[in-house]
Design a protein around this ligand. Structure first.
Ligand code: FE2
Ligand code: FE2
Length: 508
């Protein structure tokens, strides 16, 4: 199957639209052979009648199957009804041979954010079930699922990207196509290739990027994505399809990391009012018992140590956390550095950016917290220093830990996502960092992006948690040939597997 993938045409009569670029791309398309054209939205610049008429005319020459969805720009000026009149259905399913394409409108009228409402979410899920046997399953959405680098603030992602991501991974979607950010980017998460197109003919390109389109070739053994820039440079990414997930020989266990977050320690006794604390005391004490009995080499606390950064909480946290026997490294959440927390954190627990090095493992913490804000950011300067530091290390297994999320987490909205998550994710994948541990959004999730395993942990002992399995911590077991991550319930100590992944340097 050979796909011609374009996005963000931004057709109009004004300076926003580069007609020559679109015509050039359409000429390339006609010199094909291609099986299908997929457009990931923002057909027009502002959803106006003359723009839709122009789009209709420009697309008339396409004589192979064409799948197109609206973007946020197409829903401006009340343009959605015109979209349906001139372009077609905004949602649907295109079936052909051994492939199926599910295309979904993620736009919200007069807004830049994306959303997939409940009925559309069910439509996607039902169709993925219905077409489960198809060997090529593709989803086309305008807004990106994984954060895109060099995009500035990651604020207008799909608000329920985490739920969609979980669904796509569970249902073995092969390819997710999107646009919107006007910056080409390709990731592979588990067995799903995520392709973000640049803009094919919009003038608003980012970072001096040229207009571009993608050529995607899928056969039994690989998915090959060629990003073709108008100024002739091209970039090719190839990914093997459906890697084997069956292992027989894990080898020896090299080390065991306990990953915790959101202990939310706070005083229980000083108030005469009914108990208003968010700290679950019994969950905490039981979890500490489990941690002390599983031969962990290290505990990584991904932030949310105290409920609020005030003295009496820190005093108590110091006492409570000293009951954990293995060594601990910490990284702060916003709440840890609030009020006097910025000083208290350092007084009781040490540096904001801590690290751990032992034998062949190196873990570096990076503070993503901001004073008086739940929003996370690493920032350009810190990111550069961080990767410089990582590159100087000789260890063969390298990891990062921070509070905020670098991928969207199921059953939460984007509020835990780091503002520069796109940059961090791109960098950890490009640098082959083995492991990233994060600790917000209060839901466990683990998935491999490129060669980087990303593990998020639920709250250990805070009332704010979203998992039906209850508060928990993660156990990250690194074997010679595999990494096994499981979740352990704080209160009861029962264990649930989150996944098994092959080690990057595995010789198995
Ligand atoms: Fe756009
Ligand atoms: Fe857009």
């Amino acid at each position: 199957m050979k796909i011609f993938h374009i996005s963000d045409t931004h057709i109009s009569d004004d300076k926003h639209f580069n007609k020559n670029a679109l015509e050039k791309a359409l000429r390339e398309l006609n010199s094909g052979p291609y099986d299908i054209v997929i457009h990931s939205g923002d057909v027009t610049e502002s959803g106006r009648l003359e723009q839709y008429r122009k789009a209709e005319k420009l697309f008339k020459g396409i004589d192979i199957p064409f799948v197109v969805i609206p973007g946020n720009h197409d829903k401006r000026s009340g343009g959605f009804s015109l979209y349906q009149e001139y372009i077609g259905e905004a949602n649907g399913v295109k079936e052909g041979g051994d492939s199926v394409i599910i295309y979904v409108d993620t736009g919200v009228p007069d807004a830049n954010i994306g959303r997939v409402g409940m009925s559309k979410f069910e439509m996607i899920r039902d169709n993925l079930h219905k077409y489960q046997k198809k060997s090529i399953k593709i989803v086309n959405v305008h807004h990106h699922i994984l954060p895109v680098p060099r995009a500035g603030r990651e604020r207008n992602v799909l608000s329920n990207a985490g739920d969609l991501l979980e669904l796509f991974l569970k249902m073995d979607v092969d390819l997710v196509l999107s646009g919107h950010r006007h910056y080409p980017n390709v990731h592979k998460i588990e067995d799903t290739v995520i392709v973000n197109a640049g803009t094919v003919s919009g003038r608003k390109t980012r970072h001096g990027e040229a207009n571009s389109y993608n050529v995607i070739e899928i056969d039994e053994s690989e998915i090959k994505v060629t990003t073709q820039r108008m100024k002739s440079s091209r970039e090719v990414n190839s990914f093997p399809r459906k890697e084997s997930k069956v292992f027989y020989d894990f080898g020896e266990r090299e080390f065991r990391i306990v990953q915790v977050s959101n202990t939310f320690i706070s005083s229980l006794t000083e108030s005469r009012l009914p108990n208003t604390t968010k700290f679950k005391h019994t969950h905490y004490t039981n979890a500490v018992d489990s941690i002390n009995n599983i031969e962990a080499d290290l505990v990584v606390h991904c932030g949310g140590i105290v409920e609020e950064g005030i003295s009496r909480n820190y005093e108590l946290a110091d006492e409570y956390l000293s009951r954990i026997e293995p060594p601990i490294v910490y990284t702060p959440a916003g709440r840890d550095i609030n009020y006097l927390g910025y000083h208290l954190f350092q007084e009781y627990f040490g540096n904001l950016d801590q690290s751990y090095a032992e034998d062949d493992i190196f873990l570096q913490g990076v503070s993503s917290a901001q004073y008086d804000s739940p929003v996370g950011i690493v920032g350009d300067t810190e990111r550069k220093e961080l990767f410089k530091k990582m590159n100087e290390r000789e260890e063969t297994f390298k990891g990062l830990f921070l509070h905020h999320n670098v991928v969207p987490i199921p059953h939460s909205r984007e509020k835990g996502l780091l503002e520069d998550s796109g940059d961090i994710l791109r960098k950890v994948v490009d640098e082959n960092i083995d492991l990233v541990l994060t600790g917000t959004s209060s839901h466990p999730f683990a998935a491999k992006v490129g060669n980087t395993l990303v593990s998020n942990v639920n709250a250990l002992s805070s009332v704010y948690q979203r998992s039906r399995y209850g508060n928990s911590f993660n156990l990250v077991d690194v074997y010679n040939n595999a990494i096994v991550i499981s979740e352990i319930n704080s209160l009861w100590g029962n264990r649930r597997l989150l996944g098994i992944w092959k080690r990057n340097n595995s010789n198995d």
